[in-house]
Design a binder for this molecule. Sequence first.
Ligand code: UTP
Length: 292
Amino acid sequence: MAPSKVRKAVIPVAGMGTRFLPASKAIPKEMLTVVDRPTIQYIVEEVVASGIEEIILVTSAGKQAIENHFDYDFELDTILSRKNKKKLLEEVRHISELIDIVAVRQKKPLGLGHAIWTTRNVVGNEPFLVLLGDDLVLSTTPCCRQMLDLYEDVGEAIVAVQRVPMEETHQYGIVEGEQVRDGVLRVERMVEKPAPGTTDSDMAIIGRYLLMPEIFGLLEHTTPGHGGEIQLTDALQALAKKRGMYAYEFQGTRFDAGDKLGYLKAVVAYALRHPELKDAFRAYIKEVAEVV
Ligand code: UTP
């Protein structure tokens, strides 16, 4: 039997963004600009390009700018029409027409696991994607589309992974398992931020997941772990045991845009790809590299 269709994507954006203070004090970190659009727009565009029908944003107080960005702005529309700014008008309208977006409030920042759990009634009993609102993936085929293609084959939960240097494994959720084909592992164990020397695996989980609805029941029974937060990794480990789970080494480059250095790397990488800016920007980067 073909696995049930994945129609929905959850994007949690309710975190505090402490790593990006003071920039994230009044502006959500997901609204910081990477070249000419906020981080969150790239993520929503990845979802749309992957063929998903609906987005569920997990928001919190102070994150209204994200919802507003994807809303239709009557006043702006009228002004741009009156001034005959056709290209801008098209671009602004396009953002509000991308996809249906539903917002759910996470009332306290109790962790990523809790953020996902708050969407249980909106997601319902079907598989769904999760994309972290500050994780960007630059790729030819959208990362989510790659995961959906694998899902059509394996019909179970999938976590996207990338290899990281062994000395950095303690900063990530790490997956151990048996390789079943090129770039695909059957997950046997997951460890959140393993102490040095406690794992041989360099497969780090990034902010893209394809999950089964059973995760909600498992999250409900997950006790707060590290930092008093409800961790997703514990529930993922339980899901892997219950139903099976795959780790997928996606094609592309991931940037942690919720971290200052990761954000700067993203700006450079996206600018070097931008059709109007790339040549001038490349020349500038060369010039700077010679000076420093
Ligand atoms: P992060 O740990 O990267 O985000 O969580 P954060 O908590 O905003 O960042 P710092 O560590 O304080 O700088 C990964 C994702 O999970 C969301 C975040 O918005 C981010 O997209 N998240 C995290 C929630 O939605 N709720 C939470 O309680 C925690």
